[in-house]
Design a protein. Structure first.
Length: 137
């Protein structure tokens, strides 16, 4: 083979190798973002169900304007272990409620030490009740 052909082959291998490396990096960061988004969505769904529990009368299985005795089953998940813990394929969720304040924490199963925390304060106005925070993302 000629020198030009060898140079083109080497250059082609370098370009393809670089493209594959960049693609793997992009895929990894997108997978992590998808995991974080999925856990956030589940936490917000649990918080939404908890708000429904908060406003429902005790006669109908609600909290009657209190989160004091809320359980994970009141938020739409099956309990795994104790009554405040549930899980799905993405994360383990822990709910805590006291008075008009509620917290759900989603702990990632795929990424050690990463979690999503959604706080709900029913004393605030409707558009300011929920806050979302991320740990170690």
């Amino acid at each position: 083979m000629g020198t030009q052909q060898l140079l083109l082959i080497v250059l082609g291998i370098i370009v393809v190798g670089t493209g594959v490396a960049v693609g793997i990096g992009i895929f990894g960061s997108n997978a992590e973002q998808a995991q974080r988004d999925a856990i956030t969505e589940h936490c917000l769904l649990i918080a939404s169900a908890a708000q429904g529990y908060y406003g429902k009368p005790a006669m109908l299985g609600g909290g009657e304007n209190s989160f004091d005795s809320i359980e994970i089953t009141d938020c739409g998940l099956s309990a795994s272990g104790d009554v405040t813990t549930g899980e799905n394929i993405d994360a383990t969720f822990v709910v805590e409620g006291s008075g008009s304040a509620f917290t759900v924490t989603g702990i990632s199963k795929a990424e050690d030490g990463k979690s999503v925390v959604v706080n709900c304060d029913m004393t605030r106005t409707t558009d300011q009740r929920l806050s979302v925070s991320y740990a170690n993302w």
